[in-house]
Write a protein that binds this ligand. Structure first.
Ligand code: GAR
Length: 207
């Protein structure tokens, strides 16, 4: 069994999609939120998943918070750390500690629209397609090696909410897929890029 820890800050719909996907060989060891009021915490509890809160407000520095968070995560001995709507920047030491086994989902077609308010900015820019990206996390924000992307149209009457709703449906499809590939040992990182190995050549002890 591969142990997966999921970090959230809010609604947790991607966390729920991953948990409900029933990925063979995966156990969600814990869902951790940096916000005590994250509604995803209750969703996780209802799914029978252990939850923890580590409120960043109780820490003076990012480094101190990151160190405590890393300690908490390590206590679950995860094979994979999944950021699912986790809305805090992680420091370099934290990223280095989990590099190669930490995924994030970002609501744009990276490398376009890194950062916040992706849908509003996509509409303002007049792009005709938008989407979401699952990528490995590296020290630079929203820039790590891309695992999978999904594309949706941007329609003439779209506002931010309409586009977000169309994109999140795809997020719920591609994030479980990325987790599945990871635990199957099919994601090979070479020269900053992800190569998807054939299921038969992937080396994994996940079964
Ligand atoms: C998702 O749309 C995710 O792509 C985005 O936050 C939302 C979280 O929804 N993440 C980011 O913007 C990260 N920079 P959820 O809590 O329902 O999964």
């Amino acid at each position: 069994m591969k142990q997966v820890v999921i970090l959230i800050s809010g609604r947790g719909s991607n966390m729920e999609a991953i948990a409900r996907a029933g990925i063979p060989g995966v156990r969600i060891a814990a869902v951790i939120s940096n916000r005590p009021d994250a509604t995803g915490l209750e969703v996780a509890r209802q799914l029978g998943i252990e939850t923890r809160v580590l409120d960043h407000k109780g820490f003076d520095t990012r480094e101190a918070f990151d160190a405590k968070l890393a300690e908490l995560i390590d206590s679950f001995e995860p094979d994979l750390l999944v950021l699912a709507g986790y809305m805090r920047i992680l420091g370099e030491a934290f990223v280095r500690r989990f590099e190669g086994r930490m995924l994030n989902i970002h609501p744009s077609l990276l490398p376009a629209f890194t950062g916040l308010h992706t849908h509003r900015r996509a509409i303002e820019a007049g792009v005709k397609v938008a989407g979401a990206t699952v990528h490995f996390v590296t020290a630079e924000l929203d820039v790590g090696p891309i695992v999978i992307q999904a594309v949706v149209p941007v329609l003439p009457d779209d506002d931010e909410a309409a586009l977000a709703a169309r994109v999140v449906v795809q997020e719920h499809r591609i994030y479980p897929q990325a987790v599945r590939w990871f635990v199957e040992g099919r994601l090979q990182l070479t020269d900053g890029r992800v190569h998807l190995l054939d299921a038969r050549t992937a080396s994994s002890d996940w079964t």
